[in-house]
Ligand binder design. Structure first.
Ligand SMILES: C[S@@+](CC[C@H](N)C(=O)[O-])C[C@H]1O[C@@H](n2cnc3c(N)ncnc32)[C@H](O)[C@@H]1O
Length: 273
């Protein structure tokens, strides 16, 4: 009996070892080239794009910050912080004891945020240059992650969201703002630039251990949704073998990498969601 159990254990460990690299290998970039403009960005040019009255996100920034319901002392991560539009506003909202991680793949943006915070006497911002597949935040350290106009820039959304899940504390919140993408309604620019609509993005995020937790109707061109971290135990439904979880994960990764429509739906059926 003991021998049988240890054989099962060995098989499980082998499966996990085999599937882990498979899963890693299978998340291909869902949008190669989307971040080309952020390689050596001219920060001044991007300020003109991100911090202008013609951008809904900018004109509604105060409403957006209010809807985040931040409290002093909270730890917030602005993932895809860009020129720091929200980082600076969040820093004031959580001061004096709270802090904000400004996270971006572009070191030039992080340097700019650190410089402007210094100049404004804002001392509770920490810059993080992250990678394309991880937010590089300390585990269990953040109360709220804010992703504005950035999810559609994630080339490896599942790995990135997994890293965000790990960075959030139990019960941690996630706020997602992105463009509505509707055939016949959205501009050609949005249809071409944003790879998928709200439903697809939500399914991807939920599959990484989050649940929807409401929506604020304060924007027109964009949506504002809240999500909450679900603890790993609930995601994996009890004692389900890790190998099985990895099979689902690698299937989902293939689905996202190939096409987010039909193959994703197929995975959802497989996973019984
Ligand atoms: C359209 S900008 C939005 C900037 C800011 N959130 C705003 O709304 O003003 C997208 C930002 O996401 C960053 N980005 C792209 N992929 C990323 C990733 N995997 N992790 C973190 N930031 C990323 C880009 O460098 C860029 O600064």
């Amino acid at each position: 009996m003991k021998l049988r159990r240890s054989r099962v254990l060995v098989v499980c460990v082998l499966c996990a070892c085999l599937f882990e690299p498979l899963a890693e290998a299978q998340e291909k970039s869902v949008r190669p080239g989307i971040n080309k403009p952020f390689e050596n960005p001219d920060v001044k040019e991007f300020i003109k794009k991100f911090e202008v009255e013609s951008r809904e996100i900018f004109t509604k920034r105060e409403e957006i910050v209010a809807a985040c319901k931040l409290k002093p002392g909270m730890v917030v991560a602005d993932v895809g912080a860009g020129t720091g539009l929200f980082t600076r506003l969040f820093a004031v909202a959580v001061a004096p004891k709270g802090k904000v991680y400004a996270v971006d793949i572009a070191p030039e943006f992080i340097r700019h945020i650190e410089k402007t915070c210094d100049a404004a006497g804002i001392k509770n911002v920490l810059g993080v240059v992250c990678s394309e597949s991880s937010a590089k935040l300390p585990p269990n350290s953040v109360d709220l992650v804010f992703i504005c106009d950035t999810f559609h820039h994630f080339e490896y959304p599942l790995k990135t969201m997994k890293s965000i899940h790990e960075a959030l504390r139990p019960g941690g919140q996630l706020i997602l703002i992105d463009f509505h993408r509707k055939k016949g309604e959205s501009t050609d620019w949005v249809m071409n630039h944003v790879r998928a609509d709200q439903d697809v993005f939500m399914k991807e995020i939920v599959s990484c251990g989050f649940k929807a937790d409401g929506e604020e109707k304060i924007l027109k061109e964009n949506y504002f949704v809240r999500l909450k971290k679900v603890e790993a135990k609930k995601v994996e439904s009890g004692e389900r073998a890790q190998g099985l979880g990895l099979i689902f994960e690698s299937l989902h990764m293939t689905a996202v990498a190939t096409e987010c429509g039909s193959s994703n739906a197929m995975w959802m059926r497989w996973a019984g969601k």
